[in-house]
Design a protein around this ligand. Structure first.
Ligand SMILES: NC(=O)c1ccc[n+]([C@@H]2O[C@H](COP(=O)([O-])OP(=O)(O)OC[C@H]3O[C@@H](n4cnc5c(N)ncnc54)[C@H](OP(=O)(O)O)[C@@H]3O)[C@@H](O)[C@H]2O)c1
Length: 246
């Protein structure tokens, strides 16, 4: 099976890495920067035109910025199976731009796809094989199209918010005297364990389990509430949503 990436930016690179060993051939295109050639060299693929991707690929991943859809769509006339990762671009718009495609799947992935631990919100249709290949990248959650923007704000953007929390906690550890590399490792491995626990426990229950009454975690949580941590995360999600509506 041949996969072709129309657009060779951050998301195409993350998906291509997650799909290592999954396809016989990988094709890449770009808007002229040379990133397709670089990615093809890294991943063992070929840099080709959009038309060639449409002709040769069994699965076309549309990974340009949303405002490039109208420009690239006429070059993808021959594409049959399309997975679009374009933010804020509804299925109806994709189907209208790609009228010859037999299946169009709208997917909102997050960067976790690179390590096959992504979350992929999905709507639309695809062959069983395309569903299977998509599922290799992480957890697929089928959602209503009207929920895409809110879901994107929560799962698409949040790796960056969680990274900021990790960065801030590690920096505070350094300020308290820890070696920077050690602080980073402690926070990272704590995040891995916490993610696993959050699969099993409600976040409030997990918080209560760590924060014994009168103890140091409770004091820390009080400081977070006082300093507006909750408000700050709510504002981040709201600001992301606002940007998507613009
Ligand atoms: N980054 C994320 O975490 C994330 C998450 C979910 C969804 N997405 C979606 O994924 C899509 C890509 O995002 P990104 O972050 O990967 O953007 P990006 O890094 O800017 O990459 C966009 C790519 O599209 C290429 N391109 C532009 N015009 C083209 C054309 N005419 N033909 C072929 N390729 C063309 C660009 O080429 P050049 O290299 O020549 O500029 C670049 O390689 C967006 O629609 C975004 O909404 C991204």
């Amino acid at each position: 099976m041949i996969v072709g990436f129309v657009g060779s930016g951050s998301m195409a690179a993350a998906m291509a890495r997650g799909w290592v060993g999954e396809f016989e051939e990988k094709l890449f295109s770009d808007g002229g920067s040379g990133r397709a050639r670089e990615l093809a060299a890294q991943m063992g693929g070929e840099a080709v035109s959009n038309e060639e991707i449409a002709r040769r690929a069994d699965l076309v991943v549309l990974a340009v910025k949303p405002n490039r859809l109208e420009e690239v769509a006429p070059e993808l006339r021959d594409a049959r199976e399309v997975v679009s990762v374009l933010a804020v671009t509804p299925l109806a718009q994709l189907q209208a731009a790609l009228p010859n495609a037999e299946h169009v799947l709208r997917v909102m992935p997050n960067v976790g796809v690179e390590v096959r631990k992504g979350v992929l919100c999905a709507a639309g249709t695809a062959t069983d094989l395309v569903w299977m290949k998509t599922a290799v990248l992480g957890l697929i959650v089928e959602i209503a199209e009207e929920d895409f923007d809110a879901a994107t704000a929560v799962m698409g953007c949040s790796p960056a918010y969680l990274a900021l929390a990790a960065e801030a906690i590690a920096a505070a550890g350094v300020a308290a005297g820890l070696d920077a590399e050690l602080a980073r490792q402690l926070v990272t491995e704590t995040a891995v364990g916490t993610a696993e626990l959050l699969r099993r426990h409600d976040p409030a229950a997990l918080r209560r389990a760590v924060a014994s009454p009168g103890g140091s975690t409770e004091r820390g949580l009080e400081a977070l509430e006082r300093e507006g941590a909750r408000r700050a995360f709510a504002a981040a999600v709201e600001a992301s949503l606002e940007r998507m509506r613009e």
